[in-house]
Ligand binder design. Structure first.
Ligand SMILES: *Cc1c(COP(=O)(O)O)cnc(C)c1O
Length: 442
């Protein structure tokens, strides 16, 4: 892939805008299969990120390839804006079946988690006439103006927020005294908000992540969201579950909100829904999702190729038992990572559900000081050794595991051994801090 002596990565740096880069090491990929990527240098790398969970079936999944090839062989236009197409209709019909009864209205199809969340945020306000939205500090709902406007992630500091947005704390069991106290304190803040500056009857919707992923893979306390749901029902506030990263089987249940014991009014899907192709969906009550025609569309929304990929993803999750695999292989991965915690002082906490796992690194287990530099060095060293994973968190110190749902226990063994070596090298000062400086991450 070199040209004039420049490597693929160097050419990328010279031609592509860094505005959309979120780079942690100089990874240049020429292909992939299953949980493995092929590097430009010919190396095979084990992928524990699956491109942030988007490649949910792994790379070059045969069922996905076949569905896309079939849809492209006779292309049913490029969009569903001005014509119906079968893959989009079938995908929508199937998504309506997998959400709770109260969300079974209409399906809106988009390209990305961002456009879906943005559309829902606009629609709930327009359809209910209520001007306010609640979401969580640390939440990541997307990278477009409208989805950033309802997010609370520090990478978007300085980006204008929606006029009616209130951000409340997401309970953090590790840092706020354990699950129960963290849940109680977070709930008290929401109640105080409603008793004070934010009249609940003015709130259209509350956006939640069933696991706050980019905020640090935070798993909420068991009963917390049931209390939130009760508050929302009392005041007629719609609940939007953003399942973009951890939905569709990743947590070991089909929908991630099932772990919370709640029934959202609207469910947003993305990332894994397209299996690596651009595709998202928002599924919700007719009164919201049918608010008005020509309200939120982009030219190739409802694209038949992407929708066919979405149908293949849903089929394959069912036919290959991938929800059960996420639960089982995820439990195995979690157990192995708990083992690393026994061995490495850097590991402060291991948490997650199924194949959505976070490992929080700290410089000192007593003070829980975020090990930001060590985290950057750990993913860099892991890459050098042959393992791809990135980090998340409001303090940039949580290793994120969102591998393909097809991951095997044998692959877990290989990956955890590589991470073990990487953490050993970081702790021993064998990874040059300057080498990570070029990769700002987030
Ligand atoms: C990634 C993500 C989004 C945004 O999805 P894009 O495809 O990047 O637009 C929204 N919500 C959550 C929870 C995400 O993880």
């Amino acid at each position: 892939m070199s040209k004039g002596g420049a490597s693929l990565y160097e050419r990328d740096q010279q031609a592509l805008s860094k505005m959309s880069f979120l780079r942690f090491f100089p990874l240049a990929v020429t292909g992939g299969d299953g949980a493995w990527l092929t590097g430009d240098d010919g190396r095979r790398l084990l992928d524990f990120s699956a491109s942030w969970g988007a490649a949910a079936l792994g790379h070059s999944n045969p069922a996905l390839r076949e569905a896309v090839n079939r849809a492209l062989a006779s292309q049913a236009a490029a969009s569903h804006l001005s014509s119906a197409n079968l893959p989009a209709v079938e995908l929508a019909e199937r998504l309506l079946e997998i959400v709770p009864q109260r969300a079974r209205g209409r399906v809106w199809l988009g390209h990305s988690g961002s456009d879906a969340n943005e559309t829902v945020a606009r629609a709930v306000v327009a359809a209910t006439g209520r001007p306010r939205i609640i979401s969580f500090k640390g939440a990541y709902h997307g990278g477009t103006s409208g989805s950033m406007a309802i997010s609370g992630h520090p990478v978007q500091q300085g980006v204008p927020k929606a006029a009616g947005l209130s951000l409340v704390p997401y309970p953090n069991a590790y840092r706020d005294g354990g699950a129960e106290p963290a849940g109680k304190a977070a709930l008290a803040e929401l109640e105080a908000l409603f008793a004070g500056s934010v009249p609940p009857q003015e709130v259209a919707a509350l956006f939640l992540e069933p696991i706050q992923s980019d905020g640090g893979m935070l798993v909420p306390p068991d009963t917390y969201f049931r209390s939130v749901e009760a508050l929302c029902r009392k005041h007629g506030i719609l609940i939007v579950s953003d399942e973009v990263k951890v939905g569709l089987g990743r947590t070991g249940r089909f929908n991630a909100f099932e772990h919370l014991g709640i029934e959202p009014d609207t469910v947003v899907f993305g990332k894994g829904l397209g299996g690596g192709l651009p595709l998202s969906a928002a599924v919700g009550p007719e009164a919201i999702m049918n608010h008005a025609a020509a309200f939120s569309f982009q030219t190739v929304h409802g694209n038949a190729i992407s929708a066919a990929a979405g149908c293949a993803v849903l089929d394959t999750i069912a036919s290959d038992g991938l929800v059960a695999n996420a639960a089982e292989t995820g439990a195995h991965l979690r157990m192995r990572l708990e083992g690393l915690k026994q061995k490495h002082a850097l590991v402060g906490d291991v948490r997650g559900r199924g194949l959505a796992i976070g490992v929080e690194l700290v410089t000192d287990r007593a003070t829980k000081t975020p090990a930001k530099t060590e985290t950057a060095l750990a993913v860099l060293r892991a890459f050098e050794l042959g393992l791809v994973l990135y980090y998340v968190g409001v303090s940039s110190n949580v290793l994120e595991f969102t591998p393909p749902l097809t991951l095997t226990k044998a692959e877990v063994e290989i990956g955890v051994d590589l991470l073990d070596r990487a953490l050993t090298d970081v702790a021993a000062g064998r990874v040059d801090a300057a080498s990570a400086a070029a990769f700002s991450g987030w």
